[in-house]
Ligand binder design. Structure first.
Ligand code: TYD
Length: 237
């Protein structure tokens, strides 16, 4: 598959057209940005690691019946994906209190939740991705009730599958973010990435953070932590 023109460059990835109108190529970058652009840096090797982690997890979910945009890994940094019109929603799934939820509800990080929380953020850089609920999503025509029902079902099922897979690797799935798109026929697919950039992974035995909080909070060892997640995933296959 040939890389054609650059269609879009985001914080973590570039997206290219291909000779197939239904397919795109995603290229993962090493750039790291946090606090909505206020904190910038590079995590050496991040793009290569996130490409591989995302693809392993996407294939796991696809096998368990969740449609994804994954087609094929091209090389260490690049992957062919199905072209989808992205729904401007960040779907966040939480099992344990951390990050912004901790400050919002005044509960310490690490507090176990009695049930899973789903949150939606309206994806808009200028607005800083405000938290919204399903009424906003329908009223603002971000997606239809039918689409959101499918998205919720996929997000909760993905949580079950990922939680179990990671638990076997002594990784606790604290929370993660998903994004979805529509194929040309309207089918909802899981898109974007699932990586330590977009999830919170805690070592079950030591409690050590194996995710982007190492970068956000200047804990050091970010690249090693990402590599550790990949090593455990590969070791399990
Ligand atoms: P959250 O605690 O809401 O925000 P923050 O990371 O700013 O404390 O994040 C919950 C999870 O969702 C976490 O694993 C990071 C992920 N996430 C993203 O990947 N992108 C985003 O824009 C946001 C807000 C969260």
């Amino acid at each position: 598959m040939e890389r054609k023109e650059l269609l879009y460059e985001g914080r973590d990835k570039k997206v290219y057209a291909t000779d197939d109108p239904e397919k795109l190529i995603v290229s993962y970058k090493d750039d790291a940005i946090a606090q909505n652009g206020k904190k910038k840096g590079t995590i050496r090797g991040k793009g290569v690691i996130n490409n591989r982690i995302t693809n392993v997890l996407m294939q796991l979910l696809e096998k368990q019946g969740i449609p994804t945009h994954f087609v094929q890994q091209l090389d260490e940094r690049e992957t062919v994906v199905r072209k989808a019109r992205m729904i401007p929603l960040k779907v966040i799934v939480r099992n344990i209190v951390a990050g912004s939820l901790s400050t919002r509800v005044g509960q310490p990080e690490g507090t176990r939740l009695k049930s899973t929380i789903l949150e939606y953020r309206y994806k808009d850089d200028v607005l800083g991705d405000p938290l919204i609920n399903q009424y906003h999503a329908f009223a603002l025509e971000i997606c239809t009730p039918e689409e959101l029902a499918t998205i919720d079902r996929y997000a909760l099922r993905a949580n079950g599958i990922l939680k179990e897979c990671l638990q076997e690797l002594d990784i606790t799935l604290v929370d993660f973010k998903l994004e979805f798109g529509r194929l040309s026929d309207g089918t909802i697919v899981l898109a974007d990435e699932i990586s330590p950039d977009t999830s919170r992974f805690w070592d079950t035995r030591t409690g050590e953070k194996l995710d982007k909080d190492r970068f956000r909070r200047d804990l050091g060892g970010t690249e090693d932590a990402y590599q550790e997640v990949l090593n455990r995933l590969i070791g399990s296959m």
